[in-house]
Design a protein around this ligand. Structure first.
Ligand code: 13P
Ligand code: ZN
Length: 276
């Protein structure tokens, strides 16, 4: 199979390498999709093959005829660089957004990630919500976010409060807060629908006792968002392991000051809900 050389491939691989080094991708944990802009499709179309159309199992008309670079089901992030065409590939959606075909990669009969429903529904929701800016959907299994899902109420306000009040940067990096949905079966349509709904409001959504996924305009933004959330979660886990009554933490008033100083545009109602 023809190799593809493109700047986005290096960005894809460096996210994978960085995330493996962070310990977020044991075995085949996690998956990643990139909605390709037309000029990048043209740049690699010489390497494309004509796969057969297959039903997607749902309809995503908002992203009909778009191309995605996406990881394979069962692929290990640590192996992406060594054998990309086995561990990822390019899929194209048909004009109704109900079928896809493989154009590159997925060698030896591999298929797109088992979270394909989630990636397609979230790519569609976020493309519309961001007016075409969002291109990345990235799912990982970081340990500290997961640990917090055992001790915090499974609500967006509880997680947003915990993280905003732990590290000053959090309110700046995710001023719309962080989403949290109920536990659901991995790869299920139900999980995909709930995730896409939460993503219309947030850029990151926690899957209790499983992991988290983030959206971003670029690979660096999605990775940076996940890193910020996981760093704050790690601090929160350490603090909670030391004491149930920390002496100090960032207050509601501090968040209001950051909001003003950096013109974050966090609505007063959101601050009120987070600190109620
Ligand atoms: P895939 O290997 O199918 O991408 O599944 C990994 C995962 O994290 C499922 O939630
Ligand atoms: Zn997962």
């Amino acid at each position: 199979m023809a190799k593809i050389e493109a700047a986005f491939v290096e960005e894809f691989l460096s996210l994978a390498d960085g995330a493996v080094a962070q310990g977020w991708h044991e075995a085949n944990a996690g998956n990643l999709s990139y909605r390709m802009p037309p000029e990048q499709i043209d740049g690699i179309s010489g390497s494309f093959r004509q796969g057969a159309w297959e039903p997607l199992g749902l309809a995503v008309p908002g992203i009909a005829e778009q191309f995605f670079f996406i990881t394979a089901a069962g692929s290990y992030f640590r192996d992406m660089r060594a054998d990309l065409e086995h561990n990822a590939g390019v899929i194209e959606l048909d004009d109704a957004g109900t079928h896809y075909r493989v154009r590159w990669g997925f060698s030896e009969g591999r298929r797109p990630t088992s979270e394909l429903f989630m990636h397609m529904l979230c790519q569609e929701a976020k493309m519309i919500a961001s007016r075409d800016a969002n291109r990345i959907i990235y799912h990982a299994h970081p340990a500290n976010v997961n640990a917090l899902t055992f001790v915090l109420p499974l609500t967006s306000t509880a997680f947003t409060r915990e993280l905003w009040t732990t590290i000053s940067e959090c309110a700046m990096v995710f001023p719309r807060g962080i989403g949290v949905i109920d536990w659901m079966v991995p790869g299920s349509r139900e999980l995909a629908v709930a995730s896409a709904e939460a993503l219309e409001i947030h850029d990151a959504v926690v899957w209790p006792h499983h992991g988290i996924f983030c959206a971003g305009d670029t690979f660096a933004r999605a990775y940076g968002l996940l890193s910020t959330i996981e760093k704050a979660s790690e601090v929160a886990v350490k603090v909670r392991s030391m004491t149930t009554a920390p002496l100090n933490r960032i207050s509601k008033e501090d968040i209001c000051k950051i909001n003003e100083a950096y013109a974050l545009g966090i609505p007063p109602e959101l601050i009120a809900a987070v600190f109620q």
